[in-house]
Design a protein. Structure first.
Length: 285
């Protein structure tokens, strides 16, 4: 397996991977404290099958769809009769923050297991494709946006039938209204620092609330998402550093980008111009 790109946040690890096989694959997946969500970006092998050997007869294998989930604590044996290459977006969600959002946990019923192997929800696929794009070309506040999408992915999996035995909606824990002034002040103080964008978990810790509470309460208070707010702050820092004639490499490092080219790509995507073009618009240039 080759990893093209990777993005790690406190609640999830996202990878763009390419599988190459010398022979038809056979493997067993097992996760204790994570949920694995995988969307095939190419045509999945038509013969791909999986068996939850803890719950089914070991000889019972069911078809795997374009999007599937590996639940925690269960062994999932996977096999195929084909050996063609595949590309996928793989998101491994930390279990604890996902389950802390709900009053109850789902049962590993027959209905749940079959749905987990072939999820056809377009919203979930859309979230994974957005994660794939963000992982391949990180932008401003990329980690906080990825963490928000991963949190939403976990919530949607639990709420909308992919992990529910009866297809119903699991009740979420109640969340109070907006953020207090001291919480907003802590967020703004952190964002005034010209450094790598904070994660959702970092901001939630500053506010002494959960990530889910932060995302909901922030939108109720400021009228926009935390990700958008952090992104605008990072773009403002980038423009200020460009105006101060800092080098692109210095700015990229200061704002947490892995390379100058990633920073330039993100800046152009966010503003419509390259850093050099932006500098030319400044007074006195």
């Amino acid at each position: 397996m080759d990893v093209e790109a990777e993005l790690s946040v406190p609640s999830a690890q996202v990878q763009l991977v390419h599988y190459r096989f010398d022979e038809p694959p056979q493997s067993v997946m097992h996760l204790e404290d994570r949920i694995r969500v995988e969307l095939c970006l190419t045509s999945r092998h038509r013969s791909a099958r999986a068996c939850f050997s803890d719950m089914w007869n070991p000889s019972r294998f069911q078809r795997i769809g374009e999007l599937f989930v590996v639940p925690p604590t269960l062994d999932m044996a996977v096999r195929s009769d084909e050996d063609g290459p595949l590309s996928s977006i793989v998101c491994q969600l930390a279990l604890e923050p996902v389950l802390s959002l709900f009053e109850q946990l789902p049962d590993f019923s027959e209905h749940f297991l079959l749905m987990a192997l072939d999820i056809r929800d377009t919203n979930l696929k859309g979230l994974l494709l957005r994660l794939a794009a963000e992982t391949r070309h990180p932008g401003f506040a990329s980690e906080i946006l990825a963490e928000a999408m991963a949190t939403q992915l976990g919530v949607d999996l639990l709420r909308f039938g992919a992990v529910l035995p009866d297809g119903g909606v699991m009740p979420e824990r109640p969340v109070a209204g907006g953020l207090a002034p001291w919480q907003l002040r802590r967020i703004d103080e952190r964002l005034q620092e010209m450094q790598r964008a904070p994660t959702l978990s970092e901001l939630a810790a500053l506010c002494r609330i959960s990530v889910r509470q932060l995302t909901r309460a922030f939108r109720a208070t400021r009228g926009c998402s935390v990700g958008a707010y952090v992104t605008n702050s990072q773009i403002t820092h980038a423009k200020a550093l460009l105006a101060a004639d800092e080098s692109v490499a210095t700015i990229a490092g200061a704002l947490g980008f892995s390379s100058s080219s990633n920073f330039c790509f993100a800046f152009r995507r966010a503003t419509g111009v390259t850093p050099a073009q932006y500098r030319m618009t400044l007074p006195g240039r």
